[in-house]
Design a protein around this ligand. Structure first.
Ligand code: F6R
Length: 257
């Protein structure tokens, strides 16, 4: 794991956006795995604001997840999130942007078909991830099989509470989501995980320094050969090896030895 600790969250966001754009510059026909959530909003805003942004016309994308029961037009669906925060500002054709259909009549079937579509596209070149305060990646909640494929997951109370901020006071957060599985995520050639703020510090510690276990699904990334963890100082606060990571990558820089 490469652990990059940035003094400020803004610099961590810029680095994440740069890693994604570098991938597209290197390989204009890249297959990207994308995430939603509060952490990704400034990343997508940064990409859209950049004048040196590469063309995304040849890119294909697969999002990690979608709420079961929400149609693409629903204001809180991840389809809408992606349109608002990224896709509407890119030159990527809509047909090349994939998300699971939350309103599919048979969610389980939709999940396995989505997994097959990812496989058919070849491996994901770069998978962007956020981190749940409970250690989830995608919606692979604690207890998820480390060998799981895309499927329907029941969200934990913690995740429902964390995500309630995106919904109105009278709206209920959907209890189920279709999510890429942990094995599906691990097949990506490169993984970039961004976690910011003190609310993520415990999960960051579990992911980087804890035992690999279903209790902290993100800990599986310890087995990935090309995973970059981008964090700010607040999210790094609980790391025992923090000094070492900061010595290897001063200020989050990737120093070539
Ligand atoms: C979103 C996703 C989730 C979020 C995570 C962090 O597609 O799969 O794993 O990345 O819940 O969410 P925020 O960024 O809102 O704290």
């Amino acid at each position: 794991m490469k652990v990059l600790i940035f003094p400020q969250p803004e610099a961590a966001v810029r680095r994440t956006a740069d890693l994604l754009m570098d991938q597209v510059r290197r390989a204009p026909r890249s297959v990207l795995g994308l995430a939603t959530g509060g952490t990704m909003e400034p990343v997508y805003a940064e990409i859209l604001a950049r004048r040196d942004r590469p063309s995304f016309a040849g890119v294909q994308s697969f999002n990690l997840d979608e709420y079961v029961g929400l149609a693409p037009e629903h204001p809180q669906s991840y389809h809408r999130y992606m349109a608002q925060h990224l896709f509407d500002g890119l030159d990527m054709p809509a047909t090349q942007a994939h998300l699971p259909r939350g309103d599919a009549p048979l969610a389980h079937l939709e999940a396995s078909e989505y997994d097959a579509r990812i496989r058919a596209a070849g491996r994901i070149d770069l998978q962007l991830l956020g981190l749940g305060a409970n250690g989830h990646i995608g919606f692979n909640e604690p207890g998820s099989s480390l060998g799981s494929r895309t499927r329907v997951k029941t969200l934990t109370r913690k995740t429902l509470e964390d995500n309630a901020r995106f919904f109105g006071p009278d709206e209920e957060v959907p209890r189920y989501a279709i999510t890429m599985g942990i094995e599906t995520i691990m097949e990506a050639r490169q993984i970039v995980l961004l976690a910011l703020g003190p609310g993520k510090a415990a999960a960051v510690r579990g992911m980087i320094e804890g035992a690999v276990s279903t209790y902290c699904p993100a800990s599986i990334l310890q087995f990935h050969k090309n995973a970059t963890i981008v964090i700010d100082e607040a999210a790094a606060a609980d790391l025992t090896l923090r000094d070492y990571f900061e010595e290897v990558h001063p200020g989050g820089a990737e120093v070539l030895v």
